[in-house]
Design a protein around this ligand. Sequence first.
Ligand code: FIX
Ligand code: ZN
Length: 414
Amino acid sequence: MSSERHATLRQVVHEVVDQTPVFDIHTHLFDPAFGSLVLWGIDELLTYHYLIAEAFRCNREPAEHFWRLDKPAQAEWIWRQLFLERSPISESCRGVLTTLQLLGLDVRQRDLPALRQHFLKWTPETYTDRILEISRVRKVCMTNLPFDDEERPVWERGFQRHPAFVSALRLDPLLLDWEKTAGQLHHWGYEVRADLSGQTFGEVRRFLSDWTQKMDSQYCMVSLPPEWRFSDNTVTNRLIEEAVLPFGRDHGQAFAMMIGVRRGVNPQLRMAGDSLAPTDVPSVEALCAAFPENRFICTMLARENQHALCVASRKFRNLHIFGCWWFLNNPSLIEEITRMRIELLGIGVTPQHSDCRVLDQLAYKWHHSRPILAGVLEEKYADLSDTGWHVTRSEVERDVHALLGGAFESFIKH
Ligand code: FIX
Ligand code: ZN
């Protein structure tokens, strides 16, 4: 390809990837109507669990000292450990600085109290719109838990929904802590039994249907440990096969599985204490083969699983893979995984989601991911160009729209 054509192609691809509005398909953000559940601002950015884990490694103070501090004091402690006493070059630390930069703040003074001042003028509503605008995110999928005592009353009361926020029904307590959840469901009027007998499965389906309707949920989802196997006769699998999947078939709802998390490996770190291990891709293939009428969405936490998961998605059109989740959300790994996915799956994949917990993080997570996706695409379109197949700008726009959430939207469509 001529160097002139390459330069134009490069510019087009980078511009399109930079400007295309994203549907962020998995976050832990909330519609502003959820009030105190909406996390935003510098103290929340600094106390993100990714940074807590990094800061704890920096000294030997007992963990309890940190947990006894209030949020501003925790943020100051992390700021000192990770930003003042050493250079903040990890991806999570860099993310805080990118966010501040995108907000137009000057980080050169390294002055946390001054940075805090800049956040005082916003409300959750105005700040949500500002962040969506600078991140160029058109739609955000929340992770919604009817089992959460703070969240549930908001759904039950009803509220005016923000047009950019959609919902996904999270099922971890139902599928992974059934004995406790059965009691809760029973209390809410569903005729379920802890031993799964009687009308239990039908009643769980009714519960799923009620909450899908209440939330207008787009899909239901669970995170599974690495030991999960399709062939095991567990309560989790019986609930999946007899309740979640029939419900999904009847209501056209896809089922998302995020597999590979080992919760609480270091309990001292509380929410920051989770780790990972490789899981069993053949179990996902067996599930997709056994239930061809269901649609599955999957991401895995271990790098070791990524290649096999791509191949599984090639074999099963009812499997859509997504995201560079959590410990994979680092530039070197995003690049490697995105290139491999596009080589194996073309446009039929969702390369990234943000997993944001703090609203402001939308700005950095997408700002860091977009150029990596653009770099991979630039290379792939250049390879095409070498064959004589020249893509047009509108074709690039079509493809990028698909990769940034459009393909996912089509996949989950009823
Ligand atoms: O299970 C999940 O959805 C995970 O993404 C979270 O539990 C995790 O804490 C996280 O925020 C990862 O990015
Ligand atoms: Zn998540």
